[in-house]
Design a protein around this ligand. Structure first.
Ligand SMILES: Nc1ncnc2c1ncn2[C@@H]1O[C@H](COP(=O)(O)OP(=O)(O)OP(=O)(O)O)[C@@H](O)[C@H]1O
Length: 227
């Protein structure tokens, strides 16, 4: 479902005399449906960079990133938008709040975007918000004024609303309490059971050990060792 071949990344620092930073070289990675792979490695090894490249936020210097058959490294913006709508989800700790949209619709929106009828989408959203312990009195309000933890849980509900075939998880359990952490781990397990291919960064080692099938140490793709 996710195939990375010979992928390299450099950053050119235009405000620092055009210095070129080589971060990733000749990275290879393959994730099958129903599999969850953890990215590990020391701080600065390139975990976030790799995730951002898979999501199409950072451009690759060379190589291929196939997600459901689409090469993200070469795809047109329009194709990437479509991939993100239909195939590739991203669950991070942070909600980018859309002003004035009620929480229920923030969570239902990814389903509406793929044509799910409004009541069905809201029903799924209600189920997720209830599981993630967002009080019902908040569902009709915009999450703009919610606490950090509430916004994080709204974001997780939104990330799991549509059954994406591929999912990127960026510290999805960070700073959650025990009960909500458990809910998120179950959501990940359910996504695996329905065949989602997932790549995640988890500093929570117990969470990683429980839901991930394999670990890939990103430092193995560091340029110094790639030769
Ligand atoms: N936008 C950018 N411009 C320039 N350099 C960058 C950029 N993003 C990342 N880097 C560099 O790439 C390297 C890898 O960073 P990255 O954030 O991917 O590491 P990480 O493994 O996710 O680290 P952490 O665990 O600390 O989050 C670092 O040396 C960083 O300085």
């Amino acid at each position: 479902m996710i195939e990375i071949e010979n992928l390299s990344k450099t950053f050119t620092l235009h405000n620092q005399g055009g210095a070129v930073l080589r971060v990733i070289e000749a990275a290879r990675l393959s994730v099958a449906p129903g599999e969850c792979v953890a990215l590990t490695g020391a701080s600065g090894a390139g975990k976030s960079t790799l995730m951002r490249m898979i999501y199409g936020n950072y451009r690759a210097a060379s190589g291929r990133i196939l997600v459901g058959g689409v090469d993200v490294a070469r795809a047109e913006p329009r194709a990437i938008i479509r991939l993100r709508r239909e195939t590739l989800g991203y669950v991070s700790q942070f909600l980018r709040v859309v002003p004035r949209v009620p929480t229920l619709d923030v969570v239902a929106e990814p389903l509406r975007a793929v044509g799910v009828p409004v009541e069905d989408a809201r029903e799924r959203a209600r189920g997720l918000l209830a599981r993630l312990n967002i009080p019902e009195r908040l569902w009709s309000l915009s999450p703009t004024t919610f606490s950090g933890g509430e916004q994080q849980r709204v974001n997780i509900a939104r990330g799991f609303a549509h059954p994406y075939p591929a999912l990127l998880l960026d510290e999805p359990t960070a700073s959650l309490d025990t009960a909500n952490r458990e809910v998120v781990l179950r959501l990940i397990e359910e996504a695996k059971a329905r065949g989602a291919a997932m790549i995640g960064i988890f500093h929570d080692e117990a969470a990683r050990a429980r839901v991930c099938d394999r670990e890939i140490d990103v430092s193995r793709f560091a340029p110094a060792r790639a030769a």
